[in-house]
Design a protein around this ligand. Structure first.
Ligand SMILES: Nc1ncnc2c1ncn2[C@@H]1O[C@H](COP(=O)(O)OP(=O)(O)OP(=O)(O)O)[C@@H](O)[C@H]1O
Ligand SMILES: O=C(O)c1ccc[n+]([C@@H]2O[C@H](COP(=O)([O-])O)[C@@H](O)[C@H]2O)c1
Length: 214
């Protein structure tokens, strides 16, 4: 029997010392793979996060018309792949009824005013970030961490969002403080690159989802 979708969750209990820091890894997860787990682990460690929530998207607004496995199926696979007590696959956008990241982030900030959220994404998404609805507002709403990815190496810093917010780019050594920064603030993290990609898995080229795959 299919389990209920969507699910929602609360952040971990607040301590007295500081605010809870949560990374938001939005994605189609069609399907989830070891590359997602890799950047989630890097985010936990290098940004000093308490949790990473995987926001399994009901549908990327820029991918309408593309074949997409049902949300419940993508969530089930995400749970099998995440395998980490502080990495939490969720159907939050389905619960909130949001599709655009700006709406999702604003809704979460309103709902959890004491949580410091950070938006997490691979370098491929930075390259087309200026096509997202309200991308300037989004940059000014939440700190952003961008993770290196094969074939999308950032090197030149020559993508539109990076150029516009060049003055707000933090050095790698400041990554641990990103969650506490006021937006706009972003960092590019030159992590060990991970080759896994959902399109390769769908094409049958990499059924295991890369090194460390499920
Ligand atoms: N191997 C990887 N290295 C770095 N970032 C990644 C990697 N795989 C996915 N990401 C990032 O994770 C988020 C969700 O990715 P998504 O679910 O679209 O998987 P994908 O492999 O990029 O899918 P597709 O190949 O269909 O575009 C995006 O921000 C994406 O950039
Ligand atoms: O808000 C937008 O306009 C927007 C446009 C494209 C992608 N996104 C979000 O970017 C995240 C990554 O999407 P994807 O499909 O590349 O995994 C996911 O959370 C999408 O909802 C958001």
């Amino acid at each position: 029997m299919p389990r209920p979708v969507p699910r929602f969750l609360s952040p971990p209990p607040y301590g007295d010392r500081r605010r809870v820091r949560i990374g938001l890894l939005g994605g189609s997860f069609n399907p989830a793979h070891a590359g997602h787990r890799h950047i989630g682990q890097e985010a936990l460690r290098r940004l000093g996060l308490d949790q990473v929530w995987w926001l399994v998207s009901p549908g990327n607004p820029l991918k309408t018309g593309q074949p997409m496995a049902p949300l419940d199926e993508r969530l089930t696979r995400a749970e099998a792949v995440a395998r980490h007590p502080r990495m939490v696959p969720t159907g939050i956008e389905s619960a909130l009824g949001t599709r655009y990241t700006l709406d999702t982030v604003r809704a979460l900030q309103t709902r959890f005013p004491r949580v410091r959220f950070v938006w997490l994404m691979g370098a491929d998404n930075l390259a087309q970030f200026h096509r997202w609805r309200g991308w300037v507002e989004l940059m000014e709403t939440v700190p952003v961490a961008v993770f290196d990815r094969p074939r999308y190496s950032f090197g030149t810093v020559n993508v539109r969002a990076a150029r516009r917010y060049a003055a707000h780019r933090r050095p790698v050594r400041a990554a641990a403080g990103l969650a506490d920064d006021a937006a706009p603030s972003w960092v590019f993290l030159p992590i060990r690159r991970h080759a896994a990609s959902a399109s390769a898995i769908r094409a049958g080229a990499d059924p295991a989802g890369g090194p460390g795959g499920p």
